[in-house]
Design a protein around this ligand. Structure first.
Ligand code: IDP
Ligand code: MG
Length: 154
């Protein structure tokens, strides 16, 4: 079963949208395997957004990510990495399709509600960055039984 990292960005907490976003993941059938609130630091953001370090918006992006704590989620499900990226929508909220989280809830290319890992490899690296092993839980739920999936999907 795949696991992926989602961060509910500070703008999401400030706008009171955390519940709305978590609800969408839950309703889809993704399982919450980990969830915590944390204050991000410059160090962790330099690592997390290292692919953007030379972009002009990098300092502003980091500032926006430290304005309030974030909520980090570890979501689990078959194909969870791709499913969560699809639910999130395109990076820029103005271009993201209606029906997606960003398409429905954001007008911004930066204040775009969620971070979501973009591949299985980055999910694995990013989950280790934000969660200790004992903060990710295995428990009986829809993803562990056959009522959310057909038998041959598991
Ligand atoms: P992603 O979040 O869809 O994976 P990335 O390209 O990895 O997009 O960028 C990480 C974050 O950096 C975005 O979610 C967004 O907050 C911010 N960002 C990306 N491109 C821009 C831009 O052109 N202007 C301002 N912020 C940007
Ligand atoms: Mg990205």
């Amino acid at each position: 079963m795949e696991r992926t990292l989602v961060l509910l960005k500070p703008v999401t907490l400030q706008r009171g949208l955390a519940g709305e976003v978590i609800k969408r993941f839950e309703q889809k059938g993704l399982k919450i395997a980990g969830m915590k609130m944390m204050q991000l630091t410059d160090e962790i953001l330099n690592e997390h957004y290292s692919h953007l370090a030379d972009r002009p918006f990098f300092p502003g992006l980091k500032l926006s990510m430290t304005r309030t704590p974030v909520i980090a989620l570890c979501l689990e499900g078959v194909g969870a990495v791709d499913v969560v990226r699809q639910l999130a929508g395109a990076t820029n909220g103005r271009k993201a399709l209606p029906g997606t989280i960003r398409g429905d809830l954001s007008m911004s290319g930066q204040q775009n509600i969620v971070h979501a890992s973009d591949s299985l490899e980055s999910a694995s690296v990013e989950l280790k960055r934000f969660f200790r092993e004992e903060e990710i839980f295995s428990y009986e739920g829809i993803a562990a039984t056959d009522y959310g999936y057909a038998d041959d999907e598991l």
